[in-house]
Design a protein around this ligand. Structure first.
Ligand SMILES: Cc1cc2nc3c(=O)[nH]c(=O)nc-3n(C[C@H](O)[C@H](O)[C@H](O)COP(=O)(O)OP(=O)(O)OC[C@H]3O[C@@H](n4cnc5c(N)ncnc54)[C@H](O)[C@@H]3O)c2cc1C
Length: 113
């Protein structure tokens, strides 16, 4: 889930610390540079650090959330269609009730090589 706030007081985040995303779109470094560029401009032009950071959050968070979401969608497409079959296969075991899951977990015997 993307962060909804990056700044508090005189402290803020940028780049992956603010919006780590899967590298499917090749936009992680790009958006980090955009963050840095906008932050520098705002710090130079706003009367105080806190005002600059409030505007920085407003300007950057929505845009990077969209890229973050698009990147996640694009990343999931790389694995289709087999990933859905795989997930369905493992989910049944992973979702078993606690007793059944522990029986499965602790009764493991490694295959004889
Ligand atoms: C496989 C892969 C492919 C990618 N391909 C692309 C691409 O094609 N295009 C693109 O735009 N992006 C791509 N990215 C994403 C991109 O690499 C990142 O989004 C980008 O590097 C983020 O920059 P950053 O400065 O926020 O973080 P980082 O590049 O991670 O920099 C953080 C720095 O802080 C340092 N650090 C950490 N902890 C401390 C500490 N306690 N004290 C001091 N220093 C510390 C780290 O050593 C690091 O140097 C890819 C990522 C991956 C994993």
């Amino acid at each position: 889930m993307p962060l909804t706030r990056w700044s508090r007081g005189r402290v803020t985040l940028l780049g992956d610390a603010a919006h780590a995303m899967v590298p499917a779109l090749g936009q992680g470094a790009n958006t980090a540079f955009e963050d840095a560029g906008e932050l520098a401009q705002l710090l130079a032009r706003q009367p105080g650090v806190e005002e600059a950071l409030a505007r920085y959050d407003t300007s950057r968070i929505y845009r990077t959330q969209i890229i973050h979401a698009r990147s996640a969608l694009q990343g999931s497409r790389y694995y289709e269609p087999d990933v859905e079959k795989f997930v369905r296969g493992v989910l049944e075991q992973a979702n078993a009730d606690q007793t059944a899951f522990e029986d499965w977990l602790y009764s493991y015997t490694p295959p004889v090589p």
